[in-house]
Design a protein around this ligand. Structure first.
Ligand SMILES: NC(=O)c1ccc[n+]([C@@H]2O[C@H](COP(=O)([O-])OP(=O)(O)OC[C@H]3O[C@@H](n4cnc5c(N)ncnc54)[C@H](OP(=O)(O)O)[C@@H]3O)[C@@H](O)[C@H]2O)c1
Length: 254
């Protein structure tokens, strides 16, 4: 597929680039600074991609990039959610703009585009309940309004999926194609975290599910490379089992 990658200079974005190339995709990187991107990439990788400089709050620029390069899919890793419940970041504004650009480009192309967005563990459901994990551990709450926005879209507006990782750590700072990972492929699940460890502690009044969520959280640490590989592999096909789903993941060794 031809993919517009928004946020290619970030921790995940810079690892998505070689993963997408490894899985046979063509990549158009949408970045605020093309110089920064060039400084982060070896020439052997930089020469394999197209680069568009622009801001992820600029709907017209992103839409034009999608249409000009005839992109079939978009991956957006741009912007970072504020940690504290009272914190504010520019992620909601970026997210809304990317959604609008992808939706409008799909309308002009006559079919919805495939898109991967990023959130966090907190927008997955506590297994067996209709409550989100962030109801119990209220951090990175801005992701909640982003998922609400996707779920409120009219049918066939965007063929979206939302990756919901816990902490992601780097395996390496080497950006090479083809990519190699020392870690196994992720185990994934829609809507709830896979391999959740429940405990009698959840019945402790008021704080039970918060305690169990906090105990589980460490187990959901994965690597940036594993998540990049997961998205790049999913985009090998136009049909995805993760369509209109939030997706949780765990390293099978945990
Ligand atoms: N890292 C984790 O452990 C983790 C865990 C769970 C969820 N997440 C979520 O995953 C996403 C990616 O995380 P990350 O660690 O890769 O973040 P990151 O390293 O901070 O990267 C953020 C990217 O967004 C770009 N960006 C910010 N504002 C922009 C704008 N207005 N226009 C264009 N680009 C803009 C930055 O570009 P510049 O280089 O120009 O600043 C950078 O490339 C975030 O939404 C984060 O909340 C991360």
């Amino acid at each position: 597929m031809k993919i517009l990658l928004i946020g290619a200079t970030g921790n995940l974005g810079i690892r998505l680039l070689p993963s997408l190339l490894t899985h046979g995709h063509s990549v158009v990187a949408f970045v605020r600074s093309s110089q920064k991107l060039e400084s982060l990439l070896p020439a052997s990788v930089h020469c394999q991609i197209d680069v568009v400089q622009g801001n992820a709050t600029d709907v017209t620029a992103m839409k034009q990039a999608i249409l000009k390069y005839r992109c079939d899919a978009v991956v957006s890793t741009a912007g970072v959610a504020a940690l504290a419940p009272w914190g504010k970041s520019d992620l909601p504004v970026i997210f809304k703009a990317v959604v609008k650009a992808v939706q409008e480009a799909g309308t002009e192309k006559g079919r919805p585009l495939r898109a991967w967005f990023l959130a966090g563990l907190g927008v997955l459901y506590y297994p067996g309940t209709e409550s989100l994990l962030s109801d119990y551990v209220p951090i990175y709450l801005e992701h909640r309004q982003n998922i609400k926005l996707l779920k409120a879209l009219p049918p066939n507006a965007i063929d979206w999926s939302m990756l919901c990782p816990g902490t992601m750590t780097p395996e390496s700072s080497d950006i090479t194609v083809p990519t190699e990972s020392s870690h196994a492929r992720l185990v994934t699940n829609a809507e709830t975290p896979p391999a959740w460890r429940d405990s009698w502690m959840k019945y402790v009044p008021l704080i039970g599910k918060t305690l169990v969520s906090a105990m589980n959280a460490m187990r959901y640490e994965t690597t940036l490379e594993q998540n990049a590989d997961f998205i790049a592999r999913d985009l090998e096909s136009y049909e995805s089992r993760w369509s209109e789903k939030t997706v949780g993941m765990i390293d099978p060794s945990k």
